[in-house]
Design a protein around this ligand. Structure first.
Ligand code: KIV
Ligand code: ZN
Length: 513
């Protein structure tokens, strides 16, 4: 069967979405999970855009061994040098260089003639080839480019050494027929086309990213670029889980294989949602909360008689099933370590001890600890940053009554080690908490978004809070899960402030794309 490479760009194009800012530890966690999922290529970031991106790409390249790790670069030597520095530790160094080819991008954004663009692309690919065995070149806004020019430039970059040609629909404008035809046309008209891989990269502005990617596959694409949960610029990128499952379920038509371990889909989707703070819409295909829920009586009756009456995908296919009870109050450290290891968490002794203490505290308050609880707890410990002094919540108390003014009091250890006790009122309990904690920093903190949801089911389920703040011109998302939603809210707010401090201590991302 024809093999289609899955190129995951959650950590690059996905991370470019508004409000997402992952730290290095979180990116490594996601990369390790993508490796378990079996993606062929992980685009780990844009090394020249910031020291933070450089560090993350470099550390992922040193960690991930079963997927190829790549980094994005503009067609300029400085970017290519930086990308090489970040990726030279990788098993199979791969670079992704891009340059826009559509008339509108060349004239207004690049202010270059087509010939100048062609020369720059060829020089960049030749230069990248000195370091990298695998060089992917992207014609940004390829779909809106002149076809003859596209053929001319692609032939030249292939001759210069490109091993993959990416043909993005950068603005999500293509229809499935048109996008497929473009691949067919390029396959038939580009000299040297048989010596390279062709890649599809679709955005979802018209809701057609998944079908456009599949249409490209049917017309000669060997690789598709996508993100978990479809996150990405504007309306997002093609969703990996939709493409992977559609190709599997309708293998009778598509006849391709991806090498994905579909059982890891649910866990990957949840990890990305938790760490990015981007919620998955309940009716989202494949990974939405309701994707397998049958509400109407007729449907429920049918499914009880034979699940295939209304279910074309079995929940087990994507790793969603009955969540087993994994550990309880009396479980010891060895059982905890063993379970964490089986779930794919390779924690240092120090982090394992910390996670075990949190687990014991939770077990005292909650009768049944589910796998979902453990994933939350272990992921939080895994990605916690320990070497920078930050704010730490010692206690929070809220007084609320329908006839009283809500008041919050909090004790917090500051980054200088001082214990501060603060109090404030608000129109509601949550606002009282925000007003109290805002006194820790200089200047106003504006709340852009605030959400609370339960982790798993039942009245004793953990509550997860996500707070998105705008402070000193930067938007930052904080999150926390706790048995009490007000405690989770206070922790999530402080988490956002702490992440802001960490981001300010490293140079911010350059707005390049
Ligand atoms: O959408 C796009 O064109 C991109 C390129 C950088 C490949 O993301
Ligand atoms: Zn893109």
């Amino acid at each position: 069967m024809r093999k289609i490479d899955i190129f995951d760009t959650t950590l690059r194009d996905g991370e470019q979405s508004a409000g997402i800012n992952l730290n290095t530890a979180e990116k490594i966690e996601i990369a390790k999970q993508l490796e378990r999922l079996g993606v062929s290529i992980i685009e780990a970031g844009f090394p020249a855009s910031s020291p933070g991106d450089f560090d993350a790409v470099n550390r992922i390249a040193g960690t991930v061994k079963n997927s190829i790790v790549t980094g994005l670069a503009r067609c300029v030597q400085k970017d290519i040098d930086t990308t090489w520095e970040a990726l030279k530790v990788a098993e199979q160094p791969h670079i992704h260089v891009f340059l826009a080819t559509s008339p509108i991008h060349m004239e207004y954004k690049l202010k270059k003639t087509p010939d100048q663009v062609l020369e720059q692309a060829v020089e960049a690919v030749k230069y990248a080839k000195k370091f990298f065995g695998l060089v992917q070149w992207s014609a940004e806004d390829a779909f809106r480019s002149d076809r003859e020019f596209l053929v001319r430039i692609i032939e030249k970059v292939i001759a210069a050494g490109a091993t993959t040609i990416n043909v993005p629909d950068t603005v999500g404008y293509a229809s499935p027929q048109e996008y497929g035809e473009l691949f067919k046309y390029l396959r038939e008209n580009v000299r040297g086309a048989d010596n390279v891989k062709f890649s599809a990269h679709c955005h979802d502005d018209l809701g057609m990213a998944t079908i456009n990617s599949i249409s490209a596959i049917q017309n000669g694409a060997d690789q598709v670029e996508c993100t978990i949960n479809g996150i990405g610029e504007r309306a997002g990128n093609a969703a990996l889980e939709e493409i992977g499952v559609a190709l599997h379920i309708r293998n009778d038509i598509y006849q391709v294989e991806t090498g994905l371990n579909l059982k890891e889909i649910k866990r990957t989707s949840q990890l990305v949602s938790r760490l990015t703070g981007v919620v998955i819409q309940p009716n989202k295909a494949v990974v939405g909360k309701n994707a397998f829920a049958h509400e109407s009586g007729i449907h429920q009756d049918g499914v009880l008689k034979n699940p295939e009456t209304y279910e074309i995908i079995s929940p087990a296919l994507i790793g969603e099933g009955e969540v087993p009870l994994v550990l309880g109050k009396h479980s010891g450290r060895a059982a905890f370590r063993d379970r964490a290891f089986k779930m794919g968490y390779d924690l240092s002794d120090e982090k394992l001890n910390k996670a075990f203490q949190e687990f014991k505290k939770l077990a005292d308050r909650k009768k049944e600890i589910t796998e979902e609880d453990l994933v939350t707890l272990l992921t939080e410990t895994q990605v916690s940053v320990e070497d920078i002094p930050l704010f730490e919540l010692k206690s929070v108390q809220v007084s609320y009554g329908t006839e009283n003014i809500p008041t919050a009091t909090a004790s917090v250890v500051t980054p200088d080690g001082e214990l501060k006790t603060l109090a404030s009122t608000g129109n509601g309990s949550v606002e009282a908490i925000f007003n109290t904690l805002e006194q820790l920093v200089d200047g106003p903190v504006s709340i852009q978004d605030y959400r609370v949801k339960s982790v798993g089911k039942g009245r004793d389920a953990l509550g997860e809070a996500v707070v998105n703040i705008l402070y000193n011109g930067l938007t930052t998302t904080g999150r926390d899960a706790s048995q009490d939603v007000l405690e989770a809210t206070a922790e999530a707010y402080l988490n956002a402030i702490n992440r802001h401090l960490i981001r300010q201590s490293i140079q911010p991302k350059q707005p390049i794309l």
